[in-house]
Design a protein around this ligand. Structure first.
Ligand SMILES: NC(=O)C1=CN([C@@H]2O[C@H](COP(=O)(O)OP(=O)(O)OC[C@H]3O[C@@H](n4cnc5c(N)ncnc54)[C@H](OP(=O)(O)O)[C@@H]3O)[C@@H](O)[C@H]2O)C=CC1
Ligand SMILES: CC(=O)N[C@@H](CCC(=O)OP(=O)(O)O)C(=O)O
Length: 310
């Protein structure tokens, strides 16, 4: 029998893309609230309690309130917001890093943030393998397409076509830093420097490394090989061994649910730039939510995902 799924926040950027990925899937049946009732708490509470699976695509406060409206012990929840990403009662929904079986068995799953997906994918396996130190002062630069900021940022960029580059998070303490620190197991919070470019989707997350200044670190080739071994067999995460002259985000990028990792090293091996490329609405949000839903429902993790750009 089909499992029922309620997307709370279905009219938003992330919710719409989840519904697209679930369209035509016979394993799931969507509970849909019409425009007049989608923000009606009574209708939402009914849907939240009727569904086998709830996917929260809401601002943090609304996501917390939605969890509070669930009055049964059966509805399973995937939260796309940052409200529960370091809560001990919640499973961090990064199956490749925490274990697919852990996500499959969880009742409350918190989807990773889009930028943390890139950072954690690059750094966590290497710290775990002892090839990078946990007590280093890491830096993470990143650029995102403007859909990463939901309806409000889409409107900001579509209203002002003259923006070429938007640096933000300038006061530091971005809301993603706690999960980047906690889920890698770092001793110090990384410096996170995000920016937005005038493209609808896509992101590039970079971690530059002074390998020769670290007391103990692998060579660029060792880091790359360790990542390739860690993600071996994944249809979603790929480690590429190449030396490109440039890495481009295309404004015309089509939706895709993959995550591509690179470790680019200097000739003498003293420095490296680790780079993750993904779709903020793919593995960064909606694709990740569907991957987690698949695992929680006992289905193949890539069902309904876009493993190649359309
Ligand atoms: N966009 C992205 O790339 C990513 C987003 N996320 C997270 O996913 C969540 C959703 O983000 P996103 O889709 O981008 O945001 P949007 O602003 O595009 O969508 C949020 C939706 O939630 C609705 N909403 C707000 N409050 C309520 C409420 N009380 N009851 C019902 N619906 C409500 C909004 O309604 P209305 O349409 O009326 O405004 C809107 O449709 C956020 O927590 C975000 O941080 C996570 C990773 C990546
Ligand atoms: C471009 C942009 O504004 N991005 C958002 C993060 C998008 C995202 O990952 O959502 P969560 O915060 O729920 O993880 C930001 O920096 O706040």
């Amino acid at each position: 029998m089909a499992k029922s799924v309620f997307i709370d926040g279905a009219a938003g950027t992330t919710g719409l893309e989840i519904a697209e990925r679930l369209a035509g899937r016979s394993e799931f049946e969507l509970i849909v609230l019409d425009e007049a009732r989608r923000k009606d708490d009574g209708a939402r509470a009914e849907a939240l309690n009727a569904a086998d699976f709830v996917i929260l695509c809401l601002p943090d406060d609304a996501a917390k309130a939605a969890v509070g409206m669930i009055r049964n012990d059966t509805t399973r929840v995937i939260d796309a917001s940052s409200a529960h990403r370091v809560s001990p009662e919640w499973t961090y929904g990064f199956p490749e890093v925490v274990g697919r079986e852990t996500v499959a068995a969880a009742r409350f799953v918190s989807n990773p943030g889009c930028y943390p997906t890139g950072f954690i994918a690059l750094v966590a396996p290497l710290v775990r393998a002892g090839l990078l130190p946990a007590d280093w002062s890491y830096v993470c630069h990143a650029v995102s397409g403007y859909s990463g900021g939901g309806k409000a940022l889409i409107a900001h960029f579509e209203d002002d076509r003259d923006i070429a580059f938007r640096a933000y998070g300038l006061a530091l303490g971005h809301k993603h830093v706690p999960e980047m620190t906690a889920h890698v197991g770092l001793a110090h919070a990384p410096i996170f420097a995000p920016a937005v470019v005038p493209a609808h989707r896509g992101m590039l997350v970079e971690v530059p490394l002074h390998l020769s200044m670290m007391a103990k670190a692998g060579s660029p080739a060792e880091l790359r090989a360790a990542l390739a071994a860690f993600y071996a067999g994944s249809e979603i995460v790929t480690v590429v061994d190449d030396q490109p002259g440039e890495l481009l985000l295309r404004a015309s990028m089509a939706p895709v649910d993959t995550l591509t990792l690179r470790v680019l090293g200097s000739q003498d091996g003293s420095q490296a730039r680790m780079v993750a490329m993904l779709d903020n609405l793919g593995k960064g949000a909606s694709g990740a939510a569907v991957q987690n839903l698949n695992l929680m429902a006992g289905l193949p993790e890539t069902a309904g995902l876009r493993l190649q750009a359309a």
